[in-house]
Design a protein around this ligand. Sequence first.
Ligand code: ADP
Ligand code: ZN
Ligand code: MG
Length: 485
Amino acid sequence: MSEQTEAFVTIGLEIHCQLLTKSKLFCQCATDYIGKEPNTLICPVCTGLPGSLPVLNAEALKLTIKTALALNCDILPQAVFYRKNYFYPDLPKGYQISQYDLPVGKDGFMEFSFQGKRKRVNIKRVHLEEDAGKLIHEGPDLPSSTSGVDFNRCGIPLVEIVTEPDLSSPEEAREFLNLLRRLVRYIGVSDGNMEEGSLRCDANVSVSLTGQSLGTKVEVKNMNSFRSVYKALKFEVERQREMLLNHQTIEQETRHWDEAKQVTVSARGKEEAEDYRYFPDPDLLPITIDSQLVEEIKNTLSELPLERKERLMVEYELTEGEAEVLTQEKEIADFFEECVKLMPKPQLICNWIVTEVRKNLNMMNQSIDKSKITPQKFVELLKLVEKKEITANIGKEILEEMFKSGLTAKEIIAKKGISMISSEKELEKIVFEVIEKNPQSVADYLSGKEKALHYLIGQVMRATRGQADPEMVKNILVKKLSGED
Ligand code: ADP
Ligand code: ZN
Ligand code: MG
């Protein structure tokens, strides 16, 4: 590779998250459209019938303010809804109600560390808007070569988050997007599910060979997973870089990610704002956002995931990786801290949550707060392991059972007839028997053959059907054989 191949990459993201409200943004229709028959969750308002009037859903506004606050934005005292006009069959009114120069939040930022460096991504704006419907190109009721339209999604509230062009690689963009997703989930404004479309991301990319000024930006749409956002960015950076190296000019345009071909393809020239003929929606009054409401929402915003991660590292001496996993979801972090209150062994609790608890949650496809595990039950189990009344392996089996039945560790032990072999007394008895039965191995060990000890440990493990703690068995054996006791 020649030196010329270096390129300066600039990325800005526009992220839409579906807000977790029960009803749509301007009408009473339900928002749980997934799996519903097309056009069953609609009314005159969200399908834009003449004479219908929108009424703002206050909860959607609150969630937008919450998002903006979590991203350190200034909340504007007055926000205004605009009509963004364009024609597309999924948009029955012929315009989308969105915001423009007076959004809910402005000038925020998100800070995080990436590859050992502190990174700050500025947030241009956070605004509230409605979703459009969906075109359907195939289905049992559709004659061939026709398309249908489903308006169920029309009018569902979205929060749009627009970053400044502050990201400088596809990797950094991926990390930011992950953190943003975690944030919206954590504060409970969206479930952030990209595959189901409740989080969507458009990416603006430009490349410059000199880095002296920003290149021409290209907007890439149509990615429906984190992976495809990353891949589309990688592809686009490479495409633009090669064009520039060949002295071609980049057109400002919108491109679509083609998942099957793994390329971006030109969709249309990028509209300028004026193409949308934005104007304030005369059916909706400007929203006054009073500072008391903002204060109230601020108070409901507990510690955010990044702050919590850093606190967990300091307070419980966890590694960054451990704290990161624990704060992926608020419920997990809450669970961890509840447990530590009951049993001051943060490292042990963390180890078990990071591995075993998460494994079980994945297996059962559950979140911890909806599972049958409680901090009390979990800690009771860990205490048994701690006191060596059961081995870690038995503990793991019991945990799995606990996830399924919700019984306590002691109940499971009683039910399954698990003997608490590793209580030292009982083990000593078994060790004694093994020594009695294997005089040759004992003699071998005493004459210096380490291997014989492994054989004896194996015999004890067999006698306990694997339920003993091998470390403990070894200690007892060595003690007995050396005649201490
Ligand atoms: P427009 O008016 O064309 O919508 P905006 O200034 O609103 O442009 O920016 C839209 C998005 O494009 C933002 O996320 C912003 O960060 C990003 N962006 C702006 N300029 C560039 C650039 N030169 N390269 C990459 N992204 C950019
Ligand atoms: Zn409706
Ligand atoms: Mg814009």
